[in-house]
Design a protein around this ligand. Structure first.
Ligand code: ZN
Length: 419
């Protein structure tokens, strides 16, 4: 058997696939790519991918959630070793977010097959639908892992009011079949995903790859302080129930709460606020704002939740306000499988790639899969940390290094799946 690190990817082919896909949904005016999930452009991307899978001698397939697969059969067909990401984009996207992981996965399977290697375990490339969230996000990986509900399929709408249901029907897809995309944990031996970092760390440290140890969890709240609107001229300062002052106090407490109750990976952001009634000559009667906080530990997220609520209650008492909050969203943190991260670290070393163990601050399809099966992710550097923009970029030699690390690890797993 060839040593796992001897096989090499063809960077020319990766480049050509990325550039071909980048032309689908490209807006010549702003140079951005527009392939929101279940748009005509997204469907064209999916058709191109199916065709490309077939051209490369792999077996093309798609499921009820319109996830696209390319299969390289092994002696043992289940459980399978998966490699994946997504090809849908945010509006005005760059060419690498998601796409890179799919194109690299395709190249890895092609390279293994072209080397005449017959895998012991079946390898499957998968491109998940709507990771970016036109209809809420991670639709394909939720269907794949069995966390999607029919209620969500029926309710999901985009910002323009188009229903997911209608968008699927318009492309001849049956939304009723979305839940059929489910795979059971025992059908998944391992899941690997390569993705651009979308942050500045690898670029700043001048490293070629990151091995993700965990993906951060997220809680997002909408909050409201209620006080009393009153005349800005006639209401004495100590008679006021000024809702904005409540927010100002709270914003000021956020760094202290993170320091006392969080970890070094904790983040908290008040990204949106509205003062009501919103007149220069009125004492604010209410203020509505958002709070987004993240940490890779569920315990820390719970501690932070309690500390935020305690602070909100204390501020309300002090200023004669009432507060209410609603949970808008919750994403559970997930850890990578230690056997997979160890395998990636060893292969990086053999390939002479400087890799950093790190945390993912953004959500990915891997976060869903990691809840039911062994998962690991590889990051490649994002130039200047930029993402969700046409300026998103990674040097070809870094892409090649990351792709070779994926290839060595997929080759190893194909021959020696996780026990
Ligand atoms: Zn992505």
């Amino acid at each position: 058997m060839k040593k796992a690190t001897q096989l090499k990817v063809d960077i020319g082919r990766i480049k050509s696939d990325i550039l071909t896909l980048a032309a689908i949904g490209k807006n010549e005016h702003d140079r951005g790519i527009y392939r929101p999930a279940f748009s005509a452009e997204d469907m064209a991307g999916k058709r191109w991918l199916l065709h490309r899978i077939e051209e490369n001698g792999l077996t093309p397939a798609s499921d009820g959630a319109a996830n696209i697969s390319g299969i390289l059969k092994g002696e043992c067909d289940s459980p399978r070793v998966f490699v994946g990401s997504h090809i849908d984009t945010v509006p005005c996207a760059g060419m690498l977010d998601g796409t890179l992981g799919v194109v690299v996965g395709l190249e890895c399977l092609r390279a293994i097959s072209a080397a005449g290697i017959s895998p012991k375990q079946t390898l499957e490339l998968i491109a998940f639908s709507d990771e970016e969230g036109r209809f809420g996000g991670t639709f394909g990986s939720e269907a794949f892992t069995g966390t999607l509900t029919m209620e969500k399929v029926e309710r999901a709408t985009d910002l323009g009011g188009t229903r997911l249901w209608d968008a699927m029907l318009a492309h001849g897809l049956d939304p009723m079949k979305s839940l059929d995309a489910r795979r059971r944990p025992e059908e998944i031996n391992a899941y690997l995903e390569l993705h651009i970092e979308q942050g500045p760390i690898l670029d700043q440290k001048n490293l070629q790859a990151g091995i993700v140890e965990s993906i951060t969890g997220l809680r997002s709240w909408s909050l409201r302080f209620k006080g009393e609107a009153n005349h800005a001229g006639t209401t004495p300062m100590d008679y006021r129930k000024d809702a904005f002052m409540g927010l100002a106090d709270f914003a000021h407490e956020v760094p202290r709460i993170l320091e006392e109750n969080g970890s070094q990976n904790s983040r908290a952001t008040i990204g949106k606020a509205e003062i009501l009634p919103g007149a220069p000559n009125s004492v604010p009667g209410a203020v509505e704002f958002s709070l987004d906080f993240r940490d890779p530990s569920t315990q820390v997220l719970t501690d932070l939740s309690q500390a935020f609520q305690k602070a909100l209650a204390a501020i309300s008492r002090r200023r004669g306000l009432m507060f209410e909050f609603n949970v808008q969203g919750e994403i559970h943190p997930v850890s990578s499988d230690e056997r997979l991260t160890a395998m990636l670290e060893k292969n990086a070393k053999d390939l002479g790639i400087d890799a950093l163990r790190m945390l993912s601050g953004a959500a990915h399809d891997a976060q869903l899969v990691g809840r039911i099966a062994p998962m690991a992710m590889v990051f490649v550097p994002s130039k200047g940390g930029l993402s969700h923009s046409p300026s998103e970029w990674t040097a070809w030699e870094d892409i090649e290094a990351g792709a070779n690390l994926m290839l060595a690890t997929l080759h190893e797993l194909a021959m020696h799946p996780l026990e």
